[in-house]
Design a protein around this ligand. Structure first.
Ligand code: 13P
Length: 278
């Protein structure tokens, strides 16, 4: 069953856990994420980033996710991750995505607010939820996100932004990075607490890969109810497949494809359990 983020995140917010939002790039990653949700009986967000449009087009992503989601018993949201283009947002909505993220984090505050509000009014007219971002994350190891400068979210700006745009969820910058951490993660729970005291919509943590369980727990306790994971899915799976191919060079591609699903599931399940057991 495909749903938008509203009920899923409200429930998570109330019960103090987070829903995992896992990036997919092809059939195998989609299958791995959905089978994990089904086996653990947990709701899940399948996230497809604008930067992977070279791998799959939006209509195909929708067709595959919609078809596989029919066989599983837990709610699934299909979310467009980190999208800077207005055209791609509209195309995703038209393709059947139930949720979109407009990433205006590189724009001025005013421009981000103006464009986000415009997208919210269009998306809400057809029941699609919108996530926006204020502040910016820097890039750690193994990530293919854009290089960014860490800018922590300003709590007062967040309050004004949410009031004026009516977004459904807000991605905040509190010290996590896109990719694996280069040193000790420096997460500012104080900033998160200040944001949470001013707004009551679900907050989103980007840069989930490698974030310690204790930090995840504190973040969830202070208002985070959607956590994004991308890099570790890719890094772990590629390393495992690399190891297998080294020991046996006669693998058939169909077998490599099954390995990919298996290793994606190991990462996704680890984080799903972590986000619920917090
Ligand atoms: P990581 O690549 O650090 O897991 O971050 C993922 C993310 O935030 C995608 O939006």
């Amino acid at each position: 069953m495909l749903v938008n983020l509203s009920s899923m995140l409200k429930d998570a917010h109330l019960k103090k856990h987070a829903i995992g939002s896992f990036n997919v790039y092809n059939f195998e990653t989609i299958k791995g994420v959905l089978e994990s949700a089904d086996e653990l009986k947990k709701p899940v967000i399948v996230a497809f980033g604008e930067k992977y449009l070279g791998n799959m087009d939006l209509n195909t992503v929708y067709a595959v996710v919609n078809s596989l989601a029919k066989n599983i018993s837990t709610p699934v949201a299909l979310h467009l991750d980190h999208c800077k283009s207005f055209e791609h947002i509209i195309q995703a909505i038209r393709a059947g995505f139930t949720s979109v993220m407009f990433d205006g984090s590189s724009l001025s505050f005013e421009e981000n607010l103006r464009k986000t509000a415009q997208i919210v009014s269009i998306a809400h007219a057809v029941g699609v939820t919108v996530e926006a971002e204020l502040g910016a994350l820097s890039r750690g190891d193994y990530s293919n996100e854009d290089e960014g400068k860490q800018i922590y979210t300003d709590p007062d700006q967040a309050e004004e932004f949410v009031k004026k745009t009516e977004v459904d969820a807000l991605a905040v910058s509190i010290g996590t990075v896109h990719g694996m951490y280069k040193g000790e993660p420096k997460i500012d729970i104080g900033v998160l607490k200040a944001i949470s005291s001013k707004i009551d919509i679900p907050l989103v943590l980007h840069g989930g890969s490698g974030t310690p369980q204790a930090t995840i727990k504190e973040c969830i306790y202070n208002g985070i109810c959607k956590i994004n994971v991308n890099t570790e899915i890719s890094m772990y799976t590629v390393n495992k497949i690399k190891g297998a191919l080294k020991s046996d060079t006669n693998y058939h591609l169909s077998k490599v494809s099954l390995m990919e699903v298996k290793y994606v599931k190991e990462v996704v399940k680890k984080y799903m359990n972590m986000f619920y057991d917090a």
